[in-house]
Design a protein around this ligand. Structure first.
Ligand SMILES: Cc1ncc(C[n+]2csc(CCOP(=O)(O)OP(=O)(O)O)c2C)c(N)n1
Ligand SMILES: [Mg+2]
Length: 591
């Protein structure tokens, strides 16, 4: 045993963890296993500098890394053991890949000299991760670690995606010895430095874009996640152009919902004024968005297109644009603004504002209904009212995303996210845990479906373990609601295999050591939401809602109505209840 400090030789794992620390990583999400024991030991010894957060399922660790990256702009890091542990990470890593988030995944591998011998947990994760990762490599020895770790961190950050290091377990604990280095592997030739791009398009492209904007009369600014830090510039541009800001869901917080320049969301869970603005516009300016539902964009050629994106590979991805601006949204808009003239014709904007007035009246009507069973919109409406100005709200895929999109009004200073492009379930709770770890003083809220929550519900105990005062609203309709409606409305089929066996979520939360509250009365909902938000510690609210409330599209297409009628006629088991709920909603919209 060595005693003198100068005799200390770092292990391969020490080098990895020290490199992460050099890159400013202070949080790592994961679950131990015998394939990563060496890394765990290095983390144990460095607890003051880097915190390990233990999850119950590695998928959650990857979601946490992705959510952490989304909410902080920093590198998210997750760690899993060899074989099954690494495989569990995949869904969360695809979430990061598809939403362009910098995430580093570290996995263990078998003893280096047993790899590819059908040994236990002998899965070549560096090959498994080839599609999801921009950079995936296998460590060949402790002297290799610094080289690959620097590249992995830099690649994830600069190319905004997933990097992966697969680390054979024996090499993790092996000490670095000078003579083991190959002669050309001279130490000290790396830098833990990430240089940001200035991010500005060239002058000519800017002038071209300004000319198109100045010639346009009905301009839509489609502002996604890349526009989140360009709030003032977006508003100034909309004001000058008499244009309308339409927000794909990842851009929900780019301007507050009460801004007179926005018509809110787009797509199936968007607003009617957004859809009308898109249908009517002559110019479409896409800013930091790769909104994937192209059927909701103007028909090709109907509007002149401009696109601004940090990644030139995304320019022209969704629309036949005439000019592409490659750059940072905020800085590019700052350059563009002086080139843009004020549009005197305000009629396009004013029409959208009239539409929004009606839209909000409809949303308020839906959000303040007092009938039982409680409408899910009522819960979302009350959450929106009582959230604090610094709230960070995460959602899952499902009908819940519709209520989240329409009824929780984003305010200045808040943050909102969900799995945008992968549209996975179960990310909402891990995102919220990551948000709370990143911002201990802020209000972190999950708004999730019962189906999605139950996929990774064990992570509620992670919040209890780490004393994270998250607030989780589980929208309990005892069904995979979104799919039920899709089967009926898109395909004309009666619903099949969507019912969920009810779970007493509030009791579960208490069993985990948190608080569990049930809300089922719309009259008491506001008070209960306020109480839940102010209850210290982790709180789960089980909100029992009407399973028959449909997530209506902003405008129903005739073919959807026909399919829906067919589904009811073909023996939809709950057709009477469904038909009356929809009829009732429709009548309320009209009166
Ligand atoms: C991992 C995953 N599995 C399946 C789906 C397909 N899917 C999308 S929404 C949904 C239902 C969600 O149900 P729930 O969480 O209860 O929310 P609700 O629709 O009832 O509001 C399903 C199964 C998905 N998006 N992701
Ligand atoms: Mg559900």
């Amino acid at each position: 045993m060595r005693t003198k400090k100068e005799d200390y030789l770092p292990t391969g794992a020490d080098v990895l963890v020290d490199t992460l620390i050099e890159w400013g990583v202070d949080l790592i999400f994961g679950l131990p296993g015998d394939g990563i024991n060496g890394i765990m030991e290095s983390l144990r010894q460095r607890q003051k500098k880097i915190r390990f957060v233990q999850v119950r399922h590695e998928e959650a660790a990857a979601f946490m890394a992705c959510g952490y990256a989304k909410y902080t702009g920093k590198l998210g890091v997750c760690l899993a053991t060899s074989g099954p542990g690494g495989i569990h990470l995949l869904n969360g890593l695809y979430d990061a890949k598809l939403d362009g988030q910098p995430v580093l995944a570290i996995t263990g591998h078998h003893f280096h000299d047993l790899i590819d011998t059908s040994a236990q947990q002998d899965v070549d994760l560096d090959r498994v991760f080839m599609d999801v990762a921009l950079y995936t490599t296998r460590v060949m020895g402790p002297e290799h670690v610094a080289n690959v770790a620097h590249i992995a961190c830099r690649t994830a950050l600069s190319r905004r995606g997933v990097a992966h290091i697969n680390f054979p377990v024996d090499l993790q604990s092996k000490e670095c010895v000078k003579k083991a280095r190959s002669e050309r592997n001279i130490p000290g030739h790396n830098a833990d430095l990430f240089a940001r791009r200035a991010g500005l398009p060239d002058e000519e492209a800017l002038r071209h874009a300004a000319a198109i904007l100045n010639a346009g009369e009905k301009i839509v600014l489609l502002a996604g996640r890349g526009a989140l830090r360009a709030r003032e510039e977006l508003i100034e541009l909309a004001e000058k152009l008499g244009g309308v800001i339409v927000k794909p869901l990842l851009g929900k917080a780019c301007v507050p919902d009460d801004s007179p320049y926005t018509t809110g969301g787009i797509g199936l869970l968007g607003t009617r004024p957004s859809q009308e603005a898109i249908e009517d516009c002559d110019t479409l300016f896409m800013i930091g968005t790769s909104f994937p539902y192209i059927e909701f964009l103007p028909k090709p050629g109907r509007a002149k297109g401009i696109q601004l994106d940090i990644d030139s590979a995304r320019i022209g991805l969704r629309y036949p644009i005439e000019v592409g601006l490659v750059g940072d949204a905020q800085r590019t808009l700052q350059r563009l603004l002086p080139m843009v003239r004020r549009n005197k014709d305000r009629s396009f904007l004013e029409k959208a504002q009239r539409g929004m007035k009606e839209w909000w009246e409809l949303m308020d009507e839906q959000g303040t209904r007092r009938d039982k069973p409680m409408k899910p919109q009522v819960l979302a409406h009350e959450i929106g009212r009582y959230l604090s100005d610094d709230a960070i709200v995460s959602c899952d895929s499902g009908t819940v995303a519709t209520w989240f999109a329409r009824h929780i009004k984003a305010r200045n200073g808040q943050m909102y996210s969900l799995s945008g492009t992968l549209a996975t379930m179960a990310n909402g709770l891990p995102y919220t845990i990551a948000a709370q770890l990143a911002y201990p003083g802020r209000q972190c809220v999950a708004f999730v479906g019962d189906g999605a929550f139950s996929m990774l519900m064990a992570e509620f105990s992670t919040a209890v373990k780490y004393k994270l005062p998250i607030k989780v609203f589980v929208v309990k309709n005892n069904t995979l609601g979104m799919i039920k409606w899709e089967q009926m409305v898109f395909l004309g089929n009666p619903e099949f295999a969507c019912d969920l066996q009810p779970i007493d979520f509030a009791a579960y939360a208490r069993a985990c050591g948190g608080a569990g509250i049930v809300i089922d009365d719309p009259k008491l909902c506001g008070d209960a939401v306020a109480k839940a938000l102010s209850t210290p510690g982790p709180v789960l609210v089980e909100a029992i809602v009407d399973p028959f409330e449909p997530p209506m599209p902003p405008k129903i297409q005739a073919k959807q109505a026909v399919k829906f009628a067919k589904a009811l006629a073909r023996g939809e088991p709950k057709r009477m209840k469904i038909a009356t709920t929809i009829l009732e909603d429709k009548v309320r919209e009209l009166v």
